[in-house]
Design a protein around this ligand. Structure first.
Ligand code: ATP
Ligand code: MG
Length: 445
């Protein structure tokens, strides 16, 4: 993309309504525009990041054997009356009436609807196990929408639902979700720690939240200092191997890590003092095993040799739009965003220091073409702007790599490759720069 033809409405001033870095930087970098409290338009740059995150979420769900579907945003009230949640949900639910006076709602989540799909089409235990998921907009009329896309009213969520015959099978589905989530966040360059969370009236150790440590997080968390060092890395995972998947979950959940809802001071204090950490965290996902709560209420049963049994279920969510904010909270400096390679909106920025100079222009054009030809998505700043302004824009929007082309270097076929994260620059031929970019992204394409 050439910046002169793109739509990147950056703001010079800090927007006064933004209290935290991610909200401020998303507005300044022209990623989003607020339309109403907690409701945003995604402008081209923000939309690209949202789609990259969505893509990673899809790939890791499919890898775990889960099947994508797409359910509507609008749901009929009757389904929620069946489960008993239509009244229980309260004012967070946006209720709508159609022209025939039928009660509808904008879905805050989809347990009822997916259970309805299941009971319509699945009859036998032989059709299990089954995990369906979708990535769809949700609406929750939050009392205090704030922090931009981090706590919106309309937000984009991946929600998956497993259907299994036995509790043991459902717990394997739970474990599969935990491991696939760990991979998902790691691919985005994020450390999200599974923490034991509160399962409410159902009870039991059957829900974990995934938290990104950040001072602006809304949750208070307590953890063992060794937990953030746990990494899945590039190990192969066979999602059908129950023991192997369970072992990974044990590895990631044995050390102390809890939100304030489940925090136990006595257990925490058994840790040596220097390992006891208290911090703030951003919830970027949650997994939940709840058994037959919805299947019993809504008659989702399967035939077995022993008769009809309600299916065992769980639901598992990832905050796709919240992740855009969480990623920025975890990756920025005073100049702007620093995208991890896995989610960056453009792989590399090209800055032409002397637009209109024949040699610089043609070197930039050649570099741009070569990058596109290798499958990259570069952003070429071809505007007639001062170098300082071009650098400031690149730093603000946070592309992890920048190639600078100037009149002095061009004569000697030299360009400058700069890392946004370290600020370090290296002079090299444009061929060498291209090779370096290929090397850097080899793990991400
Ligand atoms: P929270 O405690 O932050 O209100 P939740 O526990 O109610 O979230 P879940 O039902 O677990 O949310 O939804 C799954 C994921 O969706 C959450 O882990 C979070 O990342 C994201 N999410 C929830 N509410 C919002 C919101 N208002 N804006 C953006 N993302 C959200
Ligand atoms: Mg939650």
């Amino acid at each position: 993309m050439r910046l002169s033809r793109y739509f990147l409405p950056v703001l010079k001033e800090n927007p006064s309504e933004a209290q935290i870095a991610s909200h401020r930087l998303m507005l300044r970098a022209g990623m989003i525009k607020q339309q109403q409290a907690g409701i945003y338009s995604w402008l081209p740059l923000g939309y690209k990041v949202l789609k990259r995150i969505e893509q990673i979420v899809h790939e890791e769900q499919v890898r775990a054997g889960h099947i994508p579907v797409l359910m509507p945003t609008l749901q009929p009230a009757d389904l929620w009356q069946e489960s008993g949640r239509y009244d229980a949900y309260g004012p967070e639910m946006l209720r709508i009436t159609d022209r025939h006076g039928r009660d509808m709602l904008y879905g805050p989540t989809n347990e009822e609807m997916i259970t309805d799909i299941f009971r319509a089409h699945v009859e036998s235990y032989k059709q299990l196990p089954l995990t369906l998921y979708h990535i769809q907009w949700k609406f929750r009329d939050e009392v205090r929408p704030r922090f931009g896309v981090m706590r919106g009213r309309e937000f984009y969520m991946k929600d998956g639902y497993n259907f299994d015959l036995t509790k043991e099978d459902a717990l394997h589905a739970y474990n599969r979700h935990m491991v696939s989530y760990l991979r998902t966040y790691e691919r985005m360059g994020l450390t999200a720690i599974p923490m034991r969370a509160d399962s409410g009236p159902i009870g039991g150790d059957n829900t974990h939240e995934f938290l990104v440590l950040a001072p602006t997080g809304e949750s208070e968390v307590f953890y063992d200092a060794q937990v953030p060092d746990l990494k899945l890395g590039d190990r192969e995972v066979d999602y059908d191997d129950r023991e192997a998947v369970a072992e990974i979950c044990t590895e990631f959940t044995t050390l102390y890590a809890r939100t304030d809802e489940t925090h136990d001071e006595a257990v925490f204090n058994e840790l040596p003092e220097e390992r006891r950490k208290t911090a703030r965290g951003i919830e970027v996902g949650q997994i939940f095993y709840f058994g037959t709560k919805y299947s019993e209420a809504m008659g989702a049963t399967v035939k077995t040799p022993e008769g009809n049994v309600p299916v065992e279920m769980g639901s598992h969510g990832i905050g796709v739009s919240r992740l855009v904010g969480a990623l920025i909270e975890a990756n920025h400096d005073d100049k702007g965003i620093i995208w991890p390679e896995g989610v960056t909106p453009f792989h590399v920025g090209i800055v032409n220091l002397k637009q209109g100079d024949a040699a610089c222009d043609s070197a930039c054009d050649a570099l741009y073409k070569a990058l596109v030809q290798k499958g990259f998505d570069p952003l070429y700043d071809d505007r007639k702007e001062r170098a300082g302004a071009k650098f400031a824009t690149m730093d603000l929007i946070g592309l992890p790599w920048r190639i600078t082309v100037g009149p002095r270097g061009v004569a000697a076929n030299l360009v400058e490759l700069t890392s946004r994260r370290t600020g370090e620059s290296e002079e090299m031929s444009s061929e060498a720069a291209l090779a370096r970019i290929q090397e850097i992204y080899a793990a991400h394409l």
